[in-house]
Every structure is written in C-alpha cells, then in structure tokens.
Design a protein around this ligand. Structure first.
Ligand code: KG4
Ligand code: ZN
Length: 342
C-alpha cells in the first residue's frame, strides 16, 4: 500500500509517501520561515501564495524520493482541518486534482490528530488510548484519544497558542523568528527564577484550558511598562534577555506540563502523547519526562523533526484507509477546531 500525504495547514508546504507498515518512503518539507520572518509571525495571504508556488514541486519531489509513480498510489490524503483557510485550500485542491487525474480515493486528515499520531509513528507500537497534548503556533489543546481516529477536546487555549506567545515574546526581546528556538537558546544562559511571571489557570483544577495572553503582556510590561512601545528603541543587556527568556519559558512550560498531568488524572489514562512545534522545546521535554516518571505515565513526545509541521504524520491516513473512511470530492476545508470525532 502507498499513500501520498499532503500538508499545507499553516506555513509549511509538505508531502510524503507512506508505504506498508507505516514506512516513510519519501518526505519533503518546504519551510516558509524566510518569508514570514520580517513580520514576526505567519501572514496568511503570503502563506497561501507560497503554497501555490511550491505545492506541485513538493509533491513531485516526495514521489521521486519515494520511488513512486502516481499510478502506484492507493490513495491521496490531505490535511483539511484545522488551519488557515487559504493555506488549507491549496493542499485540498491539489489532492482532489490528483485523485481525479489518477482515479484515486481521497482521505481527509485532521492536522491535530496527525500531530498526536507522530508519537505513534515514533513509538513503532500502539500508543492509544492516550491523552494528546498539542502545543504549536496555532494550537494549545488537550485531547482524550481513545483510538487514532477518535478524539474529544478536553481543554484548549482561551486566547493565544503557546507557540504564538513564544514568537511574540521573542519579537519583544528582538530575537529572531521563529521565536521558540530563539527563546530556548537564550534561556540556556538565563535564570528561570529571575522574574515571576503568571501561570494563568494553572491552579484552577476545574478546567483543562490554557491562557498565554496574560503571560505575554506580563513580559511586555516588564520590558517596556504599560502603553504602546517601540521595542526597537529599548536596550536590554544580554543577561536581561536571557533571564526574561528563561523566566517566560518556565512559566509557559509549567502551564503545559501542569494541565497535561491534570488531564491524565481526570481521565484516568496513563499514556501521554505530545506533539506540535512547541513540543520541540528542550525544557518542556525535560519537565514532561520528570513528571511522567514521577507519576508513572508512559510518555511519548514526537521526535524533533516530527514536532513542527510535516506530511509524515499524515500517515494517520493509513488508519482511515484500513477503516474504509474515504471522502467524496466535495470535501471542504474546515479551518476551525473540531471538538469531537468518532
Ligand atoms: O506545529 P508548528 O510547526 O506549526 C503550527 O501548526 O502552528 O509549530 C510552530 C510553532 C512556532 O510558534 C515556533 O516558535 C514553535 O512552534 N517552536 C518552538 C520550538 N520550536 C518551534 N517553541 C518552543 N521551543 C522550541 N524549541
Ligand atoms: Zn501543526
């Protein structure tokens, strides 16, 4: 069996060919970081235009690397939810066109389920049922995942996503985009206790939601005080940048780890799968490992190259293929988060 998987939910144009036993035959990720860098965040219109330019060469290259011709495929899978509407559309239209041209069935991939499935791929064995924690530039959510294709939202950010907070704080500290890796690097030299930033909702055991907007504002006020500020004109010593980065990162990590552990406690599940761009964060990974060991939780964190967006995690399409869950060609994009599937 061979499935072509396509991913264009945000700012990565990616395609992969998945073979028997979830083997990755070929994979390509064309990052748009360079295009969005000077804006300090993803600009949706630029992202969709760049997808349009890149989608066909990326698919072509993935097929070439996978030693696969179109007629050797058994299906085409595409992430159609959630994400930026314009970006999602490019991948979906490309997938549909290939299905029509080659007479192949179409499979829909939920991008958030795919982030959790990256852990299944890396584990090489079943990881379900589990709690899934997805922390990325667009999402910070906790799911109950009884099986690869069923999930139920337990909690999510009520304002900014964790990755968005990393990106915005990096921009205030004038560290390069994407902010996550820059903050992590600066934090290595900093004191995580130097500033006491808020951990919103962490002590509220009634909810499994996150809130990162207050944390972002607290960093902003510490740097510049209230009111509008031009961060270009504020000079911070290297030591201050490192301490602010470390203290911010510690607060964000505390919230993600704390709520993930609470979700496990509330659901009675004993396996935690973690994915999304922020899951690449070294401090988060270490803290999750410590807490998992302490609470006897079986922990699976996606390997670094499967944390940020890619098409390999679209291998979840194999589960849909086996279950015979194909889509008609009038499948649409669904930019918003789906709360429950089954
Ligand atoms: O999953 P992803 O590639 O795209 C979305 O679906 O959003 O995640 C990108 C996000 C960015 O906000 C980036 O700053 C963050 O993941 N990120 C990190 C790290 N590497 C990437 N955040 C914290 N620490 C990192 N090492
Ligand atoms: Zn993602």
């Amino acid at each position: 069996m061979r499935i072509l998987t396509i991913e264009t939910t945000c700012d990565e144009t990616a395609a992969a060919v998945i073979g028997d036993n979830l083997a990755v035959l070929g994979s390509v990720v064309a990052s748009q970081d360079e295009l969005h860098r000077r804006f300090g965040g993803v600009v949706p219109e630029i992202a969709s235009r760049a997808h349009l330019e890149r989608i066909l060469p990326v698919i072509d290259e993935a097929l070439r690397r996978g030693g696969t011709r179109l007629h050797q495929l058994d299906a085409v899978a595409v992430a159609n939810t959630p994400g930026l509407a314009g970006s999602l559309l490019v991948g979906l239209v490309a997938a549909k066109a290939l299905c029509v041209a080659a007479g192949l069935p179409l499979i829909a991939v939920n991008h958030l389920q795919a982030h959790v499935y990256a852990c299944r791929l890396a584990a090489g064995r079943e990881v379900f049922p589990c709690v899934g924690l997805i922390a990325s530039g667009g999402h910070s959510s906790l799911y109950r995942c009884p099986s690869p294709l069923d999930f139920e939202l337990l909690g999510a950010t009520i304002d900014d996503a964790a990755g968005e907070a990393f990106d915005k704080v990096a921009s205030m500290l004038r560290l390069p985009y994407p902010g996550g890796p820059s903050i992590q690097k600066a934090a290595e030299r900093g004191d995580p206790q130097a500033y006491r930033f808020p951990r919103a909702l962490l002590d509220n055991r009634a909810v499994l939601d996150f809130s990162f907007s207050g944390l972002k504002t607290a960093v902003r006020y510490t740097i510049a005080g209230p009111g509008k500020s031009d961060f270009e004109t504020i000079h911070l010593a290297d030591r201050q940048v490192a301490d602010l980065a470390a203290s911010f990162q510690e607060a964000a990590v505390d919230c993600l780890v704390g709520k993930a552990m609470l979700a496990l406690e509330k659901t009675g599940l004993t396996t935690l799968c973690v994915g999304g761009g922020v899951a690449a964060n070294a401090r988060l990974r270490k803290r999750l490992e410590e807490e998992a060991a302490r609470n006897r939780i079986s922990l699976h964190i996606a390997p670094l190259k499967l944390c940020t967006d890619n098409a390999v995690m679209g291998a979840i399409a194999v589960e849909r293929f086996r279950a015979g869950r194909f889509e008609s060609l009038d499948l649409d994009v669904a930019p918003g988060v789906i709360r429950k599937t089954g």
